[in-house]
Unconditional design. Structure first.
Length: 209
């Protein structure tokens, strides 16, 4: 998620290893609990080299979260642009957002820990007033669909909260939810499609004029 997008091809192998390791550690322990030594060990480098590339834990944390947010923004734009109709765009968004999280489950832990800490970095990165295009793209997408009569009038911010939360809570609660359906824990293709189909049905039929 952090280093496989074409826009990040300029990163060195060492930088990629550091960011990958940092995502794992920050997702597991949060900003306060993660240790630079553990990140260096996971990346296969010494701590001095880690500090050479990223001077402090704060700087590394912000870089990781920035790249996670940017990656999701790219996924959102690509999903919307890949389809012509609102129903197809909705399904594409659900599918892309769920698969992006499943590809790096540590991101869920990153979101949880960041929000438990008051989300100081995420709030800045996601603030439309400071140039964050991804959230604004989703909000405008909903507002445009309402204006054009594709969906009924709906609060776009409430939709955004419900949309994002429906995927994140599914992954946070997987250990518990799999008590009722053990195959959920495997996260196979059938379960992914079933979740996307279920959410699509709920959202689309709830939004139809």
């Amino acid at each position: 998620m952090l280093t496989d997008h074409p826009s990040y091809t300029c990163l060195s192998d060492t930088e990629k290893a550091i960011l990958d390791a940092a995502l794992t550690e920050f997702g597991r322990a949060g900003h306060s609990g993660a240790r630079m030594q553990d990140i260096a060990d996971r990346a296969g480098i010494n701590k001095a080299m880690l500090h050479y590339y990223f001077r402090s834990k704060d700087r590394l944390y912000e870089e990781v979260l920035t790249r996670v947010v940017e990656s999701f923004m790219v996924s959102i734009a690509e999903a919307i642009d890949s389809e012509e109709t609102f129903p197809a765009q909705l399904r594409a968004l659900l599918d892309a957002y769920l698969r992006a999280h499943l590809s790096r489950p540590e991101v869920v832990g990153l979101w949880v820990n960041e929000n438990l800490n008051g989300a100081p970095v995420a709030r800045r990165l996601l603030d439309p007033e400071h140039g964050a295009r991804g959230p604004r793209r989703l909000l405008c997408w909903i507002d445009d669909a309402v204006r054009d009569g594709h969906i009924r009038p709906v609060d776009s911010v409430q939709f955004l909260i419900t949309f994002l939360g429906s995927v994140v809570i599914y992954l946070i609660g997987m250990p518990m939810f799999s008590t009722f359906r053990p195959e959920l824990a495997a996260g196979g293709e059938d379960e992914i499609r079933a979740r996307v189909d279920h959410l699509y049905s709920l959202f689309y039929h709830g939004l139809k004029p």
